[in-house]
Structures are given as C-alpha cells and as structure tokens.
Design a protein around this ligand. Structure first.
Ligand SMILES: [Ca+2]
Ligand SMILES: [Ca+2]
Length: 356
C-alpha cells in the first residue's frame, strides 16, 4: 500500500512535469514560464508519501520548537524599499533598453574611481554596492505552501570584477528539507535523502555597464545546484535563459527546488534535475530576495560582519554562531542539531571560489 502511494505520488509529479514541459516548449527563453494550475501544484502530502523525510522533519520540529520561521514575518530580512538616493530622479535616457538605469551616481567612474566611501576596501564604493545589490536582487519562485523549510537569513557581498561588478547572494537557509522519492526507501537512500541543518545555497550575478544606454545589465549568472552550479552566459546583451519580472536583463527570476533549494533559471530546468533527477519545483509563491545595507558582509580583509548569532528569536539563544569569512566552519543554519553524514558546505570556501 505504501509503495503504491509512493508510485502514485511520483507518477503525478511526472505527469505534471510533462504538461509543464509541453507548455514551455512553445515559449522563448525569456518569456514567462507556464505556472502550474492549483491542482497540479499539490504535491504528495500524505505521511505515507513523505515517510522518509517526515520522521526527520519531526525531529527538526522537535529540536527547533517549530518549523523555521517565515522570513516575511521573522528574522532579519527587510522588504526592498525603493528609496531616493543620489541620482534616483535622473530620467532614464533609454527606458526600453535591456538592464536597469540607476542614475548618474551609479556609473563605473562614480563606483570605482571617484573616491567615494569604501569601508570594506575593495575599491567599489559602498553606495554602489548597495544600489546594485538592491537592483539585481533576484526573484525566487518557491513552494512556500508545501512545507518547504524556506526560513533563511540571507547576506550578500559585492566587488568589482572585470570592469563590472560581481554580486553574490548567500541565501543561508535554516535547513534543507531532504528528498522525497521511492528510491530513498532503503537504508542508504534514507541517509542520502535526509534533511540537514543549514543549506548554503548562493546566487552569483555579474553585471556590466552599457555606456551607450547608461544601463547596468546582467552579463553572467551562476546558481548553486547541490555540489555544483549552473552557469548562464550572455547571448547578445544578457543571458536569455532567464525570465525577467520587470525588465529584460535586469533582476532575474530564479526557480528554487522544493525542499532542496537548488536554483534554476526555468521551471523545466528544475524538473527532474539534481541528484538522480529528484529535484522538482512548485510555483506557488514569488518573493523578491530582500537586501539591506546591514546584510552586506563586506570583504574578507575588511568584513562588515563575520561570525554572528541568529537574528531570529527562535534560534538567537541557542549559542550557535555562523561564520562567513573565518574560521573555516560548515554552515549549519544556526541550528543546534546535525544529521550525521548530512552537512552543507562552508560559506568561506564558496566565497573564496568566487573571488571574495
Ligand atoms: Ca566597497
Ligand atoms: Ca564589497
């Protein structure tokens, strides 16, 4: 009976995938991906379907008191607030061009050569770091109503890179929700598929300045996908694989795999990707990654922040610190529980790999 339910669960997901891919086939790389119907969005919810993970998530709940908090109402995330800074009222000289216009105060000269305040000593002005990180903060497509542990305390960094700017968003989820699949129904599978404390996902966006349009444009993106990443190169003016919620070549939409939090440019890329093809995406919520100047980690040699306790009252008092720059330490999402054999990467290694 249990096996029958699991097969039914997988079959339903496969059927939904086929329908979705058919819809995607008729669209271009930059158009809005088809969104599953309300019925199709419903994953297998029974305890039988979720058994391998359900027991460990119960452990998570018991250890933490409750499911990780909704970042919209708890934790340090702050909604992106459009505020008028220097140059923000300047008229966009090319409103239909790809990318985003950030005014006459956010140009390569003002950002890199004019000698403005640069507290993290990386030659990129603090003002430009913040304006660019805000402007390109990606929109995440997540499964917020399916029990996915999406609570997180994201941080970000920025630096100059090949004449442009490299932005890196460190998503810092409290937990990975594990994998649900019939193939996990054995001793080895249950170990490999188990949830784990902390999920060190990340998004790198390289942006460049187009002098002819005075726009900053996405030039390259790298999205964490389990132990590797997906790279998205510019085709023409900007990466065409993404959809863009507001303007072509501006902040991209990123699809987040259910429970695992691997990141993809499209729904169809997410489906059946990852280890053994287990990744699936449920598009039930679109949320812009929030950014504030207080979440800028600075640089390795002049950090604004490094080791910190959780700012979520649920975890702030548990004594667990996370460190981004040093010392070397695997990221545990401010949790005081660990599943043996299930540990995520150290953010300091990831930052080093991407030149921070
Ligand atoms: Ca700086
Ligand atoms: Ca910086």
């Amino acid at each position: 009976m249990l096996r029958a339910k699991l097969v039914l669960c997988r079959t339903r997901l496969a059927s939904r995938t086929q329908v979705q891919r058919t819809a995607d086939d008729g669209s271009s790389g930059v158009s809005e991906p088809a969104v599953p119907s309300e019925r199709d969005r419903i994953p297998c919810q029974s305890l039988a379907c979720r058994r391998p993970v359900a027991l460990l998530l119960l452990l998570l709940s018991a250890a933490c008191g409750e499911q990780p908090a909704d970042p919209a109402t708890h934790g340090p995330e702050m909604r992106v607030q459009p505020m008028c800074h220097a140059g923000c009222l300047d008229p966009d000289p090319h409103p239909s061009a790809p990318g985003v216009f950030l005014g006459s105060s956010v140009t390569p000269f003002e950002c890199l050569e004019a000698g403005h305040t640069d507290a993290d000593e990386d030659d990129l002005s603090d003002f430009c770091e913040e304006q660019l990180a805000l402007a390109f903060a990606p929109e995440l497509v997540v499964a917020s109503s399916h029990g996915d542990p999406l609570g997180r305390e994201p941080h970000w960094v920025a630096r100059d890179f090949l004449g442009g700017v490299r932005l890196m968003y460190l998503l810092s989820y409290y937990a990975d929700g594990g994998t649900e699949d019939p193939l996990c129904e054995n001793v080895i599978g249950e170990l490999l598929c188990a949830p784990h404390a902390g999920d060190a996902e990340w998004i790198v966006l390289d942006v460049k300045y187009e002098t002819s349009t005075s726009h900053w444009v996405l030039d390259y993106a790298a999205l964490s996908q389990h132990t590797t990443f997906g790279a998205y190169m510019t085709a023409g003016t900007y990466p065409r694989q993404f959809s863009y919620p507001t303007h072509q070549g501006a902040h991209p939409r990123v699809w987040v795999a259910y429970n695992k939090h691997a990141n993809y440019a499209t729904f169809s890329e997410c489906e059946d990707s990852g280890w053994a093809g287990f990744d699936v995406c449920f598009a039930d919520s679109y949320e812009r990654l929030t950014v504030s100047r207080y979440l800028n980690l600075g640089s390795r040699w002049a950090p604004f922040a490094n080791c910190m306790y959780s700012s979520n009252p649920l975890y702030a008092g548990n004594g667990r610190e996370e460190c981004y720059w040093y010392p070397w330490r695997r990221f545990h999402g401010w949790q005081d529980w660990v599943v043996p054999g299930q540990q995520t990467s150290a953010y300091t290694d990831i930052l080093t790999e991407w030149g921070f």
